[in-house]
Design a protein around this ligand. Structure first.
Ligand SMILES: Nc1nc2c(ncn2[C@@H]2O[C@H](COP(=O)(O)OP(=O)(O)OP(=O)(O)O)[C@@H](O)[C@H]2O)c(=O)[nH]1
Ligand SMILES: [Mg+2]
Length: 193
């Protein structure tokens, strides 16, 4: 019998201009859905287009596993989409623009919001490490107050780097799920004695 195909949902989130749409586009084997429109107000000083709904793409790992990627908008006025898009996800990739102080401030707020309202396993990807003025991974780790959360340099334009980030998140999420399972089983056995 053929193995059933597993579909795993991942969310890609983070502040404006961190590289979420770029990552979903470059990771996807299939045609992507994007909902970018012309940026207005302060965002238009950074970039011409911004996401107002979602990015969607599919990355096929092998015959039995597909990652379904959901990119969120970065602007906080669309934060209702963060909850909607995170439903049923196994984890979230948080991207942050390593060259932008505004991105760090916004990322801290988003990260707090997520921990409170969404609570998924997270891996942080630090983009734009190749650009002048980029903060080092160590600096970012302490400025963002990330605690135990893993932070990895990534260029959202590069598929292989982005794939490593996605697979790291998947691995961490599976370990978390296994640990929760074990706790649950221990509780079960305690009831027996
Ligand atoms: N030099 C460099 N550019 C990058 C890197 N990662 C992403 N970019 C660029 O940064 C820009 C990010 O734009 P988007 O992908 O639209 O950003 P977004 O996070 O979807 O932004 P919003 O939808 O507005 O929240 C693009 O021009 C990318 O090519 C990187 O590691 N290095
Ligand atoms: Mg976008």
């Amino acid at each position: 019998m053929e193995d059933a195909k597993q579909i795993v949902k991942l969310v890609i989130t983070g502040p404006v201009n961190a590289g979420k749409t770029t990552m979903v586009q470059n990771l996807s084997d299939s045609q992507v859905t994007a909902t970018d429109v012309s940026a207005t107000d302060h965002v238009s000083q950074l970039k011409s287009m911004t996401t107002v709904g979602l990015d969607f793409g599919i990355l096929k790992i092998d015959e039995t596993l597909e990652l379904h990627l959901f990119g969120t908008p970065g602007q906080s006025r669309f934060n209702f989409m963060w909850n909607i898009l995170s439903k049923g996800a196994i984890g979230a990739i948080f991207l942050v623009d390593s060259t932008s102080d505004d991105s760090l401030v916004e990322m801290t707020k988003m990260f707090e919001y997520f921990q409170k309202h969404v609570d998924l396993p997270v891996v942080v990807g630090a983009t734009k490490q190749d650009l002048p003025g980029a903060k080092s991974i160590e600096e970012l780790k302490s400025l963002l107050n990330l605690g135990d959360t893993m932070i990895i340099p990534v260029d959202a334009r590069k598929k292989e780097e982005s794939k490593i980030l996605a697979l790291t998140l998947l691995g961490n999420a599976l370990v978390d799920a296994q640990e929760e399972d074990e706790e649950y089983e221990d509780e079960d056995y305690e009831d027996l004695f």
